[in-house]
Design a protein around this ligand. Structure first.
Ligand code: RIB
Length: 303
């Protein structure tokens, strides 16, 4: 939470906004099988928007850079940004339909997701750069992999030229260019994304230390918490409280959004991680992505 005398946490998220169409079923169908589920919901999602909303709930001044469809999903998301207090002057609309995510959640709270990026893939490089260059007091720029990588690359180049801190959540995994990797101050993969980026799972200290020597990374480990590998090769592990998970959708985004807030407000990285773990752990006890995130009042009770 922002307090008097603390530097303002100004964050830009260049990323995706989706409408999540979620089916909950204790058991998921096999190919060719039809099953009855228990619940269907429509909710606000997209990794970029989730992270932006989470950072805003923490108290950051958040600017979203993205593209919405000129349709009912896009309009609802735009209204939600206003409600949450996210600045959307850099959000454009497209005649391409808004991005959607089709999500299945099983009885253990585990999900399977298919995204249809739609308008998210139409963000223009020049608009993203213009936005990064014009946000006053910007300190942290966050991105994921649901938009075109060339947009993230240009945004991070502009961010580094301004002296901002860049945070990449490489989700969903895609091959990341050496040029973009070099521009990332922080990379925050989960275990699977770590394996895809590094060739093996983060099962030992040695493997973690060999990931990005001299640079910062955090690997999120689900119910086991997260581990921060600092540039000098030290490992800092933060465990997660034991909770009963009903839906893990958006938990990684809750971590990234609150961690980015922590960094932007001048917290020590381990303290920022602790906040991220507390919030992400709470989010899995509720259904949905953004609908599962604590608000500012509830966040205050966590610290
Ligand atoms: O990380 C969770 C998110 O992934 C969902 O909200 C869905 O929209 C997909 O983008």
């Amino acid at each position: 939470m922002q307090s008097k005398g603390v530097q303002p946490a100004v964050i830009a998220v260049v990323g995706s906004a989706m409408m999540d169409l979620t089916a909950y079923a204790d058991v998921l169908p096999e190919p060719g099988q039809t099953l009855a589920g228990q619940l269907f919901t429509t909710g606000f999602g997209g990794k970029g928007a989730n992270q932006a909303v989470m950072a805003a709930h923490c108290g950051a001044q958040v600017h979203f850079i993205g593209k919405l469809g000129d349709d009912v999903f896009g309009s609802a998301i735009a209204e939600n940004f206003v409600k949450v207090g996210i600045d959307s002057q850099f959000v454009e609309t497209s005649s391409t339909p808004n991005g959607v995510a089709h999500i299945w959640v099983d009885g253990n709270g585990e999900n399977r997701i298919i995204i249809i990026p739609g308008a998210n893939h139409e963000i223009e490089i020049s608009k993203a750069v213009e936005a990064i260059n014009s946000i006053a007091g910007l300190s942290v720029v966050v991105a994921q992999c649901e938009i075109k990588q060339e947009v993230t690359l240009a945004a991070f180049k502009a961010a580094k030229l301004r002296g901002c801190t860049t945070v990449l959540n490489p989700a969903p995994y895609q091959e990341i260019s050496a040029e973009l990797l070099a521009l990332c101050d922080w990379i925050i993969p989960n275990e699977t994304e770590f394996r895809e980026l590094h060739g093996e799972l983060p099962t030992s200290d040695e493997i973690l230390k060999s990931f990005r020597p001299g640079k910062s990374s955090i690997v999120t480990l689900g119910s086991k918490g997260a581990v921060y590998v600092s540039p000098d090769g030290q490992l800092h592990r933060v465990s997660a409280p034991q909770v009963s998970a009903v839906d893990t959708t958006g938990a990684g985004d809750a971590f990234v959004g609150s961690f980015a807030y922590g960094l932007a407000s001048g917290k020590d990285p381990v303290e920022a991680m602790k906040l991220g773990i507390a919030i992400a752990s709470l989010s899995v006890t509720r259904k949905g992505a953004q609908s599962s995130y604590p608000d500012q009042t509830e966040i205050a009770t966590l610290s």
